[in-house]
Design a protein around this ligand. Structure first.
Ligand SMILES: N=c1c2ncn([C@@H]3O[C@H](COP(=O)(O)OP(=O)(O)OP(=O)(O)O)[C@@H](O)[C@H]3O)c2ncn1[C@@H]1O[C@H](COP(=O)(O)O)[C@@H](O)[C@H]1O
Length: 105
């Protein structure tokens, strides 16, 4: 998975400067952070709907759209795939229940 995400991250960075007419990635960057974030929200909703349909193929396709748009939003925000994976690695072994209980607020 890491290889695939890193490869796609590289493609997204390369396509960032392309012409919006010929590159979907470039067209997203041209629309700006708000639009990219909105698109990610739409893809998240479509993923939820697909999960409820009980069709694994639909869920797979929507999850791929979701991950792709997340990578574009991360690139726009200056966050790398390695940053996110390192954060997940940091949490390895820390139960979500224990983490929530340790919060002061
Ligand atoms: N992985 C993807 C990828 N996944 C999804 N999409 C596009 O994401 C869009 C989302 O589809 P939707 O139906 O939800 O949206 P839409 O109706 O087309 O768009 P809206 O008008 O609703 O915004 C579609 O146009 C898909 O083709 C992707 N577009 C590009 N990539 C990767 O990015 C690379 C560079 O793409 P270009 O920048 O287009 O060259 C490609 O080689 C791929 O590796």
């Amino acid at each position: 998975m890491r290889d695939t995400l890193n490869r796609l991250e590289k493609v997204i960075a390369e396509r960032r400067g392309a012409t919006a007419d010929t590159s979907y990635v470039a067209s997203l960057f041209a629309k700006g952070r708000e639009k990219i974030a909105q698109k990610l929200g739409e893809e998240a909703t479509e993923t939820v709907i697909a999960s409820l349909s009980g069709d694994p193929a639909k869920l797979t396709a929507e999850a791929a759209d979701l991950l792709f748009h997340l990578l574009v939003l991360l690139a726009e925000g200056g966050v790398s795939v390695d940053d996110v994976l390192a954060e997940l690695d940091r949490r390895d072994g820390l139960s979500g229940i224990a983490e929530k209980a340790s919060r002061t607020e």
